[in-house]
Design a protein around this ligand. Structure first.
Ligand code: TXA
Ligand code: MG
Length: 349
């Protein structure tokens, strides 16, 4: 299949490309598109056959449900009810990086929700995403636009890398603003429960309902712990090709430990990648070092994480060693993705 690739500017939208891509979706095809979180791979959420193509193009397990993306607040047709707390969250945080799980109505095909009784819905803030949904005239089901298991794409070139030849259309729109996938809140339980941390943090959600909490299963290893309620969180995820190890603890001890491990690998003739920060990048004399950004600005760390992981793959390193971050505010989402990328390989110092 020939994939059409068009780069758009969020501030100066090319209506022709959006109309063309919207038509592809309406007629049952697949379009990768930018959102403020990560790039999505979209299909008509109401078209069972179109949604099946998403699973094929990504190599995604059939039991992993998709989030549907809408461009307006009229979601009554897709759900059985909208609890008051959910309404408040929509008013406060939509459009934006927040997905709400609600009880689904029969208009949403089973394939979209992988047979579950609930559906995840979000309204993206990215203008290209919103205009695409409007042009399509239907809600768009979209997982992240990566081959299943790989780090989510935060740049158009990574969608091309993973999906070229497998889908009809790729829309570009620069680097994703947040860089990590949306926060998912289960609104079918009381109090609501965060199933995936993201750009809308627990602290922000607590302003709506102070009882909202994070599912304790999401940071631990699925086998050792409780089973996460978002099916996707149980798979090996966001993973670079090279194994990743996290070194966690006091920063000076972390640096010393990383340098020690680097030397061991170099002695074995291995190429080592080091995921550092602006504050520490000069502390590593050996190895292939990249910075995620400043420790004083967690949003830049989240924004760069997936792209830096993919860059280590481009550099063909044999192993990646990463510093850790404090699990507060947006740091919870960063550490959640980092720990999963590492397959839970964390060395405490
Ligand atoms: O930011 C995002 O949410 C991005 C962009 C493209 O919008 N999308 C995204 O989709 O991250 P995906 O498919 O890569 O991750 C969706 C996660 C999976 O872990 C899935 O299991 C969970 O959401 N999920 C979706 N619907 C669900 C449901 N009804 N119940 C429980 N978990 C659900
Ligand atoms: Mg994904």
């Amino acid at each position: 299949m020939e994939t059409k690739v068009v780069e758009l500017n969020e501030l100066n939208l090319d209506k022709n490309a959006l109309e063309e891509a919207g038509k592809v979706i309406r007629e049952g095809g697949l379009v990768a598109f930018p959102t403020e979180t990560v790039y999505g791979l979209g299909a008509n959420a109401l078209d069972d056959k179109a949604v099946k193509k998403i699973f094929e193009a990504k190599g995604r397990p059939q039991d992993n449900p998709l989030i549907i993306h809408v461009a307006d607040f009229k979601i009554e047709g897709f759900v059985k009810d909208i609890p008051d707390t959910a309404k408040k969250m929509m008013e406060r945080f939509w459009p934006g990086p927040l997905t709400l799980l609600l009880r689904k109505s029969s208009t949403i095909p089973e394939t979209t929700t992988a047979g579950l009784e609930t559906v995840g819905i979000r309204m993206p803030s990215n203008a290209i995403a919103r205009e695409l949904i409007k042009a399509a005239g239907v809600p768009i089901a979209a997982p992240s636009a990566n081959v299943s298991g790989r780090p989510s794409p935060t740049e158009m070139s990574r969608c091309v890398e993973d999906l070229s030849g497998k889908i009809e259309y790729i829309l570009g729109g620069g680097k994703s603003e947040v860089g990590l996938e949306s926060t998912i809140v289960d609104c079918t339980v009381n109090p609501p429960c965060v199933l995936r941390p993201g750009g809308i943090t627990l602290e922000m959600l607590k302003e709506i309902d102070s009882d909202i909490y994070i599912d304790p299963a999401i940071m631990g290893k699925p086998a050792e712990n409780l089973k996460p309620k978002a099916p996707g969180m149980k798979y090996r995820h966001y993973a670079p090709k090279a194994p990743l190890k996290i070194i966690q603890g006091d920063l000076q001890k972390t640096i010393a430990k990383i340098n020690e491990i680097v030397q061991n690998y170099i002695d074995e003739n291995k190429k080592v990648g080091i995921m550092a920060t602006d504050e520490t990048i000069n502390e590593y004399p050996k190895g292939y070092v990249m910075s995620l950004g400043s420790r004083k600005n967690m949003s830049s760390i989240g924004k760069n994480l997936f792209e830096v992981l993919r860059s280590f793959d481009d550099a063909n390193v044999d192993i990646i060693l990463s510093e850790a971050f404090e699990e507060i505010d947006f740091g919870v989402a960063v550490m959640n993705r980092l720990i999963k990328s590492a397959g839970y390989d964390v060395i405490k110092v």
